[in-house]
Design a binder for this molecule. Sequence first.
Ligand code: NAP
Length: 330
Amino acid sequence: MSETIRWGILATGGIAHQFARGLAVLPDAALVAVGSRSQETADAFGEEFDVPHRHASYEALSADPDVDVVYIATPHPFHYENTLLCLNAGKHVLCEKPFAMNAEQAGEMVATARAQSRFLMDAVWTRFLPTLIKTRELLAEDVIGDVRMLLVDFGFRAQFKPEARLFNPELGGGALLDVGIYPLQFASMVMGTPPSEMVAKAAFGETGVDEQVAMTLKYTEGQLAQLSCAIRTATDQEAWIYGTEGRIHVHAPWWRGTQVTVGPAGDSEKSTTFDLPFEGNGYNCEAAEVMRCIREGRLESDVMPLDETLELMETLDAARAQWGLEYPVE
Ligand SMILES: NC(=O)c1ccc[n+]([C@@H]2O[C@H](COP(=O)([O-])OP(=O)(O)OC[C@H]3O[C@@H](n4cnc5c(N)ncnc54)[C@H](OP(=O)(O)O)[C@@H]3O)[C@@H](O)[C@H]2O)c1
């Protein structure tokens, strides 16, 4: 077995639980520490996942000498300060999406990782799932010719709770940062470059957050991407890539699916479907990438590079600039 990588999880909410379950299927990962804002929640999480070090502050977690890499699982507005805390304490970091509230914060996070020679990655976990790996392979094999258009949506109907993270402006609520990043990163993965033009429209709910967003992105060779995201409207969650010689369909829910079909548009008989199930809950796939990079002495992943993360944050900034949206933390 490869050298064990020792993980710490910063925060104990919903995604922290999911990530701990993902780590549990990796024999070469050890969850050695958790940090929470209170001892009680650190202890409860520690009991649930058999974590030996249970810290009552994020600072104590960052100073734990037995931790190699910290997974940041706080709400968006805290990603910046939590990531800087851990990088400056000498830890490698995997930071939840959205990586930061804006490109300026993201730039500082990346610069700090580079100055400290620590690994840093945006937790765009879907990119490491077998379906998206297969999609990249099909594109590299030129199976659909030149990509011309793509269509990706990610909408769900969350119960309206004004104080909850999704709807609370103070916690970075809204569709764009929570789910818009998924179709945007898909488009970035396929096109390999940021858009040259973009039109973004949003509709706002009663707490003032963007509850649904539609974006049209145009690229230098005339390719177009039509992306949408929503937190109060369930959508089909499909991804389609159309090229000059055919199309790739990542079946719903594309962001954690198990099937990819390739072939001529509208002709299922001449299409091939690949079944690509994954082990664990999917978060293990991104954790495995982090561990591969750390073992190989890499400071970033070439599957989710930091410069691409910065470009994505700039696109998010540019989208909301079209509606004049600023977050309270800015
Ligand atoms: N990759 C994915 O599939 C996925 C899915 C869901 C969410 N996420 C991302 O993960 C992040 C956390 O989301 P979540 O759904 O896990 O949130 P959550 O359930 O509300 O948990 C967030 C945790 O952050 C800590 N925290 C620190 N300051 C806080 C504050 N002022 N208010 C509330 N919590 C605070 C708390 O942990 P302690 O009390 O232990 O300090 C809390 O349990 C978000 O940025 C979200 O975008 C990613």
